[in-house]
Design a protein around this ligand. Structure first.
Ligand code: ADP
Ligand code: GLC
Length: 461
């Protein structure tokens, strides 16, 4: 099949979170499976310096210059080069984000000739779906996070070039504003999100972010497909970021990674204290406040453990995390910032990976932590619930520890369970081994998308 993806971030060219990993890995897996895949994304500042192999597309009549890269067989990445919109620091959060991503979506549409499937991701590409409403192409829209909707004042609607009839409550209009995520949801042939449980959660007032009615109206078209992991990127055997190689079959090297991490972060080199890890965007979604509460409670109670954190975002959470590290330098180490290498080393060096998300459409870090032998401690929501098997199921199958309540007390209890598990090395080894052998590769995921594409595919023009 000829497939075109539109995504505002693609690893390794740009990334703020899992969207970049998910779209890059999906495209690679589809290309490897024999599809002909094009990925369209903005040319942000710095990409051409880091990837000097980019070549001009050399196609006239496009609204912007377009660069291409063919990183592997069957896969072409197209970069929209419009310095006015994309040559600046930071991917999002600019006052003219409406202009920037409406422009991007219009470019995508111009590039979407001669394909059978157009697959758009998140609000930044949502407009692609209504712009293609009357085109003979299969349209699929994936929601990676319904909390970000691309909601803009009504006067921005004129920029879309859509007929006025589209500024309607059954289309892009939402409480008097324009809503680009909603535009994607209502105009796509099929809508997916990144886990089955989040697909169900979206229908509820608790998780629908105000769009639950819209999701309900598309219930027949909506399904959840769990993201996979790119195990060539996230692997423990051949990884330049790690101190030692290890795997389920030879787990010995994990201990060296723990010591290396402790050393890097200035923590005492203790083998007999469990090390908890977390890597997050510091937003409400990730439950960092809950994590802080639970860590404090454990520290005050005298529990013996260490914590390694990496993240950035909400300044008050950054400060609170840094304060905790200052107060407990023997037990808590926190790096504020963005650091891919350290993210790998935290996954590899920690015994447990803590993810107390309020909501989590899929979550990739718990999937990485499973492979890295860092037992996930997660809240039962979205993809976290779908990908981790709780200790309560018995250690023959368990891969992690789950808790339900969105509170420091509930997480504290789960951390207590983790401390108990750590005190029983045989049981811990079993649970860790189950997780390391679990397979979340994209093979299964691409097969599910294949089935969805087959339903909506139109013959190529
Ligand atoms: P989300 O997309 O909601 O942020 P995911 O779990 O899907 O959550 O993906 C997060 C991705 O971003 C992971 O690859 C994670 O390692 C990475 N990441 C998040 N924060 C940082 C950071 N501060 N430094 C390095 N990588 C980070
Ligand atoms: C979003 C979600 C995250 C998901 C990622 C990739 O950023 O917050 O849960 O894993 O997209 O789909």
């Amino acid at each position: 099949m000829k497939i075109l993806h539109a995504s505002s971030e693609v690893f390794p060219y740009s990334k703020t979170g899992g969207l970049a990993d998910a779209t890059a890995a999906l495209a690679r897996a589809q290309a490897a499976a024999g599809h002909s895949v094009t990925l369209v994304t903005p040319l942000y500042r710095g990409i051409r310096d880091t990837f000097p192999g980019l070549e001009p597309l050399g196609q006239a009549e496009l609204p912007a210059k377009v660069w291409r890269l063919d990183p592997e067989p069957n896969l072409t990445v197209l970069f929209i080069d419009e310095p006015e919109w994309f040559d600046r620091d930071g991917l999002y959060g600019h006052v003219d984000d409406a202009e920037r991503f409406i422009f991007f979506s219009k470019c995508v549409v111009r590039l979407a000739k001669h394909v059978e499937i157009v697959h758009a991701h998140d609000w930044q590409s949502g407009l692609v779906m209504p712009l293609l409403a009357n085109e003979p192409v299969g349209k699929i829209f994936t929601i990676h996070n319904a909390a970000y909707q691309g909601r803009f004042p009504a006067d921005k609607f004129a920029l879309t070039g859509l007929p006025d009839a589209y500024f309607d409550s059954r289309q892009l209009e939402f409480h008097g504003d324009m809503n680009l995520l909603k535009g994607g949801v209502v105009s796509a042939d099929l809508v997916t999100t990144v886990s089955p449980r989040y697909a169900r959660e979206l229908l509820t007032g608790e998780y629908g972010c105000g769009l639950e009615g819209v999701f309900q109206s598309r219930d027949d078209a909506l399904s959840g497909v769990l993201n996979g992991v790119d195990y060539t990127e996230w692997n423990t055997m051949d990884n330049p970021h790690l101190a030692a190689a290890y795997s389920a079959d030879s787990p010995g090297g994990k201990a060296a990674n723990k010591r290396a991490l402790q050393h890097e972060l200035g923590l005492p080199l203790l083998d007999n204290a469990p090390l908890f890890g977390n890597i997050s965007r510091f937003t409400d979604q990730k439950g960092i406040d809950i994590l802080l509460g639970a860590l404090k409670e454990q520290l005050d109670g005298g529990a013996v453990f260490q914590f390694a954190g990496l993240g950035s975002g909400d300044p008050s959470l950054e400060q609170a995390m840094s304060r905790l590290a200052k107060r407990h330098p023997e037990q808590v180490a926190v790096k504020i910032g963005y650091d891919t290498g350290l993210a790998h080393r935290i996954e590899a060096g920690s015994d447990f990976y803590v993810m107390p998300s309020r909501f989590e459409p899929c979550g990739l870090n718990q999937l990485y932590s499973l492979r890295y032998g860092s037992v996930p401690v997660v809240r039962t929501t979205g993809g976290l619930d779908d990908s981790v098997i709780d200790l309560g199921q018995g250690e023959d199958t368990a891969t992690g520890i789950k808790f339900g309540d969105c509170s420091a007390a509930a997480l504290g209890q789960a951390l207590g369970q983790a401390l108990d598990l750590f005190a029983e090395p045989k049981r811990l080894a079993r649970v860790r081994d189950n997780g390391m052998r679990a397979d979340f590769s994209w093979r299964q995921t691409t097969a599910q998308y294949d089935r969805l594409y087959a339903k909506i595919k139109k013959p190529a023009a």
